[in-house]
Design a protein around this ligand. Structure first.
Ligand code: GS8
Length: 219
């Protein structure tokens, strides 16, 4: 039986983009189902009853939830090409550590950029840039976080790149000024087909964020 793969996603989600990149790296064909998070579908509620969030990968009718878990699942199931996880257990643990850091430090702080003002926003900008600097140090002189090849940490971080413009405009600051090597890394990742076709146009992301900010009452 051929694999049946369905992705419940929202176009602008950095978490969804991770999954799209991983599927593209593996050359997996799938059905993409855009979700309306203001009016959640029965399918989404059934497939992710705990968090009720996208992305959800449905593989032969079985759901897998949480983007980093989905990416690791994809890497294990379609293990014939482009491995994303290191083969060494210690290196694998390190890769998971950095993906967790990205979720806890980058994602959380990036929300504070557009949900706060004044001193709180200044603190959020500084923290975000400081965390990007830590990631830049971790990258060092390697082409990718995965070393010579594009891997799990790269997949976890690169979707945020198409949100940089929106954060910079709304926060009136520059990530690239403090972290030029991170931008070089992002551009290198963008040369990959899997990444280029999964990331969204930064201006569209900005417009989306302006609307979201208004809708949530953060004016
Ligand atoms: C986060 C997914 C998430 O926040 C992951 O998959 O890695 N830790 C999870 N999904 C959001 C949309 S993207 O910001 C979502 O589905 N939100 C719906 C809701 O909160 O009701």
């Amino acid at each position: 039986m051929a694999d049946e793969v369905v992705l419940l996603d929202v176009w602008v989600s950095m978490f969804g983009m991770r999954v799209r990149i991983a599927l593209a790296e593996k050359g997996v064909k799938y059905e993409y189902k855009e979700q309306d998070l203001r009016n959640k579908s029965d399918l989404l509620l059934k497939m992710n009853p705990v968090h009720k969030k996208i992305p959800v990968l449905i593989h032969n009718n079985k759901p897998v939830c949480e983007s980093t878990i989905i990416v690791q699942y994809i890497d294990e199931v379609w293990n014939d090409k482009n491995p994303l996880m290191p083969s060494d257990p210690y290196q694998r643990a390190q890769a998971r550590f950095w993906a967790d850091f990205i979720d806890k430090k980058i994602y959380e702080n990036s929300r504070r950029i557009w949900t706060t003002k004044g001193e709180e926003q200044e603190a959020a900008k500084k923290e975000l840039v400081d965390h990007f600097k830590i990631l830049e140090q971790q990258l060092g002189n390697k082409p990718y976080f995965g070393g010579d090849s594009f891997g799990f940490v790269d997949v976890s971080l690169i979707p945020f790149y198409c949100w940089f413009y929106a954060w910079e405009k709304l926060g009136n600051f520059s990530i690239g000024e403090s972290c030029p090597k991170l931008i070089e890394w992002a551009k290198r990742c963008m040369e990959r087909d899997s990444v280029a076709k999964s990331l969204q146009d930064e201006k569209k992301v900005y417009e989306f964020l302006l609307e979201l900010k208004k809708a949530l009452g953060f004016e």
